[in-house]
Design a protein. Structure first.
Length: 294
């Protein structure tokens, strides 16, 4: 029993940095994973990945001007993510390109620009910290940022819930319901994208810009294999993200591995189990197949 306590509870009870990392990860699980569910339902799964890379130039510029100042890098990341998302929309309306194609080009350019700026101004350690994060290095200002973003995101998602559900499943009805107020459907879309961006920016402190999207998307994709109803998917995604965060932190502590990639690896392991065992997974489908009679 003592060994089990030392393995699962001891690190959090003994070290403040482990408790801060756990609270930050659980806060992200509550706010980011439900957004991932909406992204998958809207067939925008790769948008989160694109936006997570798109924030990098803003983070890099803030790093060059203010150093490792978390508020400055957060504001720079939010600004860069929103600019890239807006540019993709403008390009899709002004040219023959679809929005996903323009966003793919823009986020790759943004990623290259951000890495170049950080490499010229900072050290290799700075680059690795921004790209891959360090959940075990979250300080009090970082924890306040993540907790604040998570709180605002959960409240905002609750306020936008009905509109987002309508836009996701019946956008024509939403547009018809707001005849004469044509900007309303657009407001739902932009508000949702803003929530995605600020969650990705909050996540880069713990998981890095390259890994932040993992806690948003992998549990959401996995949750769709378990449930048909939206409410159940939202709860399942948050639960899987929380489980991945806690197990990833423990493994990172005991095995001395990078915390961000370890957390995403645990989320991937839960996804693999879902592919195998969930109602929408491989094993139940095999068992349901009718057996031929010889």
């Amino acid at each position: 029993m003592s060994d089990l306590y030392d393995l699962l509870v001891g690190p959090f009870a003994e070290f403040a940095f482990m408790r801060r990392a756990l609270v930050a990860t659980l806060a992200l699980a509550m706010s980011a994973a439900p957004l991932g569910v909406f992204l998958t339902l809207r067939r925008m799964s790769l948008l989160g990945d694109a936006l997570s890379h798109a924030v990098l130039p803003g983070v890099a510029l803030a790093f060059m001007l203010f150093g490792l100042s978390l508020p400055a890098m957060a504001l720079g990341g939010v600004a860069a993510g929103l600019v890239v998302a807006a540019l993709a929309g403008v390009i899709s309306r002004a040219t023959a390109l679809k929005e996903d194609a323009s966003l793919a080009a823009l986020y790759l350019v943004a990623l290259a620009l951000g890495v170049t700026l950080i490499s010229r101004q900072g050290s290799q350690i700075d680059l690795l910290h921004i790209l891959f994060g360090s959940a075990l290095g979250v300080d009090e200002p970082g924890l306040l940022l993540v907790a604040g973003v998570a709180s605002v995101s959960v409240v905002a998602l609750a306020a936008l819930y009905r509109g987002l559900v309508l836009e996701t499943f019946d956008p024509l009805f939403l547009a018809a319901a707001h005849t004469g107020r044509a900007s309303r459907p657009w407001v739902w879309q932009q508000s949702f994208l803003m929530l995605v961006v600020i969650n990705l920016v909050a996540g880069f402190q713990t998981l890095g810009t390259l890994m932040a999207v993992g806690l948003m998307m992998i549990p959401a994709v996995s949750a769709r294999l378990w449930h048909e109803s939206l409410a159940a998917q939202l709860l399942n995604a948050s639960a899987q993200a929380a489980a991945a965060g806690m197990s990833g932190l423990l493994l990172s502590y005991h095995l001395d591995t990078p915390s961000g990639p370890t957390i995403i690896g645990c989320a991937g392991a839960l996804y693999a189990l879902s592919l195998l065992l969930s109602p929408g997974g491989w094993l139940p489908r095999i068992l349901k197949r009718p057996h031929r009679v010889a």
